[in-house]
Design a protein around this ligand. Structure first.
Ligand SMILES: [Cu+2]
Length: 339
């Protein structure tokens, strides 16, 4: 009986967890769910795609009707997606577009082939190994411009949030994604690219997809995907393809006046992240961390022994209890979470 109730509890968590991106923002309007966005297989379960080699990594519509209405937007305008459940996992975000072949209605097109170019990202902020933050975490909507030089025509717009909380094993990264149908008007004469296919764009072994974000804290983060295209004929400079800290780094003088980087205090911008997942005092909040190597001071020296100097980068011991009514769940050796 106890076993059954444990099973049931796990099932409830599974259904209530995760998220989708079902609604387009266009013309400043939040449109209805699954109106301009193709209904994804996970519209009820919210489950992610974890296999980057299957067709569902494209638009996640293999068991759904596969089409929606097509929204008209002008080149250069801002569009976006809303998420009814916030993007609460730590992760990074990409937006891709793909133009339907000439003479093909985008509603009749599956987006296959090397047709996708990347127009927007929200990557991770790093500072050499002291901290890593995820500005897309906890967003309820994401907006971005359609590059003004995008040629007029019909497109799929694909948004993906790549959750990285259990990405330390192959196939652990969770892709929350959906595709909207748009018609771009008043377009430009750019040549979008470079172009990639889904599946094909990722192998799953990219340093930004197969990554332990907790320990040791990554010194930098490499955003998955081809270089961003933001207009003009070729690809733009690879803005943010590799990010180090872009936020203000305020060094404060300490009594340890050496050249060691440990003597500085880093202030990281938190303009977009809410504190939902943070810890407060001696207990962690909902979705906050409550355990894991480096968090509780435990270290697998047999594993990290060759990297002993990294131990000094281990975070201080954090809370191991959760604020009521949440309880601590072990997700992997490096991370336990309150929910
Ligand atoms: Cu989830």
């Amino acid at each position: 009986m106890k076993f059954l109730s444990v099973l049931f509890a796990a099932w409830v968590v599974k259904v209530s967890a995760h998220y989708t991106l079902p609604a387009l923002i266009a013309g400043g309007v939040d449109t209805a769910q699954w109106l301009y966005v193709r209904q994804t297989n996970n519209w009820e379960t919210n489950d992610p795609v974890t296999d980057v080699t299957i067709d569902d990594i494209r638009c996640y519509t293999s068991t759904e009707s596969d089409t929606s209405s097509t929204a008209t937007v002008t080149a250069g305008s801002t569009i976006g997606f809303t998420a009814p459940i916030t993007l609460y996992h730590p992760g990074v975000l990409n937006v891709y577009m793909a133009q339907a072949p000439a003479g093909t209605d985008v509603a009749d097109w599956d987006g296959s082939g090397e047709v996708w170019f990347r127009i927007y990202q929200i990557t991770a902020d790093t500072d050499g190994g002291e901290t890593i933050t995820f500005p897309s975490q906890n967003l309820a909507q994401v907006t971005f411009p359609i590059p003004a030089e995008t040629p007029s025509g019909q497109y799929l717009v694909r948004i993906e949030h790549i959750a990285l909380h259990v990405a330390n094993v192959y196939g652990g990264a969770q892709f929350y994604l959906s595709c909207a149908q748009i018609e771009v008007t008043n377009g430009g004469n750019g040549t979008p690219g470079p172009l990639v296919a889904f599946p094909g764009a990722y192998t799953g072994n990219e340093p930004g997809i197969l990554i332990n974000i907790y320990y040791p804290i990554p010194a930098n983060y490499t955003q998955p995907g081809p270089p961003l295209w933001t207009g003009a004929g070729g690809s733009s400079p690879p803005v943010g393809t590799t990010s180090t800290v872009t936020s203000t780094k305020a060094s404060t003088t300490t009594t340890i006046s050496t050249t060691s980087t440990k003597a500085s205090t880093t202030t990281v911008s938190t303009t977009t992240t809410s504190s939902t997942g943070s810890s407060t005092g001696t207990t962690a909040a909902e979705y906050g961390q409550c355990g894991g190597q480096g968090w509780t001071g435990e270290l697998l020296l047999s594993f990290f022994g060759s990297q002993a100097p990294l131990i000094k980068n281990a975070p201080d011991t954090g809370p191991t209890a959760c604020a009521a009514p949440y309880t601590c769940h072990v997700l992997n050796a490096y991370y336990s979470q309150c929910y």
